[in-house]
Write a protein that binds this ligand. Sequence first.
Ligand SMILES: [Zn+2]
Length: 190
Amino acid sequence: MRDRYKVGSAEYGRINDALKALGHNGDGNGVVVTVGGDDPNGSTTEVNDKGITVTFGRNLLDARRDIKDSQAASDLTGAVAHEGSHVSKGQVWLKDRKEQKTFDVEVLAYTTQVDMHRQFNSMMREQGKGPYELEMLNGDREGSTTVIYSQGWSEVDVRTAIGTFLERSPKYRLTPQSKDLAFPTKKKGK
Ligand SMILES: [Zn+2]
């Protein structure tokens, strides 16, 4: 999908970094990709001295979920873009060990996810479907959600919505002032 953005554009760069970082299974880039984890719908990236492990929830890769189904496709490409972005930053950290704030790392990952979603929408449009909003489950008991992308939104709109989501979600509770560091990841990855 990165080919739909112009080479050299910020969107292309973010998606390209994420996909390159994830690499291909067994290509020796040191990234282990697994399926499973605690949350069947979620995905996590763990970065520590031992290396990088990405885990995709079972439902994301469930063979019974038809990938032609737009929600299934959006969930999977979104997770790949998001975790790929974490892997890319994790690889930087493994090299330079410079502190990276969790807030910044999550903003980048969700921005990359939105880049991918916009490309997903342009593919869907060719099939006469969509456009679809990108709606995140906040992860509270009420099952509330935050929309982080909707058709026609500017970059600033997306950035503001991602900020709102990161602050609102009990999984994150992050603001630009949060001192929380991304790497090495704590046991419960995000
Ligand atoms: Zn994340």
